[in-house]
Design a binder for this molecule. Sequence first.
Ligand code: AHR
Length: 496
Amino acid sequence: FGQNTATLTVPAKPDRTISRQIYGHFAEHLGRCIYGGFYVGENNTKIPNTAGIRHDVVDALKKLKVPNLRWPGGCFADTYHWKDGIGPKDQRPTIVNTWWGGVTENNSFGTHDFLNMCELIGAEPYLAGNMATGGVQELADWVQYTNFAGVSPMSKLRRENGRDKPWNVKYWGIGNEAWGCGGNMTAEYYANEYRKYATFVSDWTNTGGIFRIASGANSADYNWTETLMKNVPKNLIEGVALHHYAVIDWNKKGPSTTFTEQGYFATMKSALRMEELVQKHSAIMDKYDPEKKVALVVDEWGGWYEVEPGTNPGFLYQQNTMRDAMIAGSTLNIFNNHSDRVRMANLAQAINVLQAVILTDEEKMILTPTYHVMEMYNVHQDASYLPLTVKSADYTLGNEKLTAVNGSASRDKNGVTHVSLVNIDPKKKQEITITIDGANYKSVSGRILASKNLQDHNSFEKPNQITPAAFKGAKLKGNSLKVELPPFSVVVLEMK
Ligand code: AHR
């Protein structure tokens, strides 16, 4: 039955869970992510909202079970002064968004708006602190403002602005892309700065809850991770970031919908490189932290293409096709399989920017193929990790080849096993036989995301062109599970 085989091992006591935080998202002040995406203003009578936050977006993100949301950047974070975004909205200063389109922003979406919105969505906030143009005091004040229940200058200010109880923000980023837009620092310089900042990002919640994330490497910059792990004491760091985008060529990124098979192949090659990156960064971390106390946090990942014709090049607005579904399904399988070290990740970005799960056009909203993959995969959140080793056939193009099939598996708290499989081959169906070791399942069912053409996508005219459907291509016989995966499809199986 085909050239693909796999073994699913079901230990009596799985040794780890897949952190739900792997399924996080990212919301930057960039293009129409915040303004027009999440937030349409309190006085908007056309688009239903609560305090300016779109109802349709909140409902969609709740269904996705978004575990955490990173804000306000990105590169924007290192230009952002949080005190500009609190207090009466008509008195807030404006700033120019120098990284993204040079637009003037009025700071009408600030700390209260973001943190209250996270409560509406049910997501934990992940605040990215300004290290490059802020200062230690500014960041320390932000922590005190958001997290301190007692009496202090910052908690007093928070109360004056209408919020009594602290939000208890656990996740704090210290700078962003410090090797680039966050200050063009060397790894050594950043490591020293990090130590200083992290000292003052302290646990004002007094619950042992603070989780500090160091600005991490750009793709294969292993020296960055090594320098951080070597020079930062373990009591100052809970996570090290990594950014990697699936991109064909930074100077020629190619279109988001009218790409060729060559373009698809090159994108997938870049996306699947995540496996090697995670392995190699983890190996360095293992050297300094064999107990795996520090998490690898892939807080920016996803496909990056040319913007849609006629849109602001600084707004990074792109469509989202079945190619993006392949990136999402494959990348999440990689994260699940490395969930011993990868314990948090953020897709870039949630709405209207890069590989978005949601696109909006005024009052219209659509869900992208990436949204559907993340929704299908949310069964893995906080489930026990089950090893799935796949021996896959190749997807070849010319002289080049990639692994056609990838997968991951977990068992949820009700004892239900889920196996997610991706066939990235755009021409051939792939059949796979999975041998089950350690469990006797009685039934299998599933869902599939597939389409006729790789370039297919949901549009405002046809919002439901691509949606998950029931999957009938899996047959269970004893300890053998046979699955027939159509070309470029994502399948999530459920076994009981
Ligand atoms: O996600 C867009 C940008 O990509 C972020 O602002 C930056 O961190 C990265 O270079």
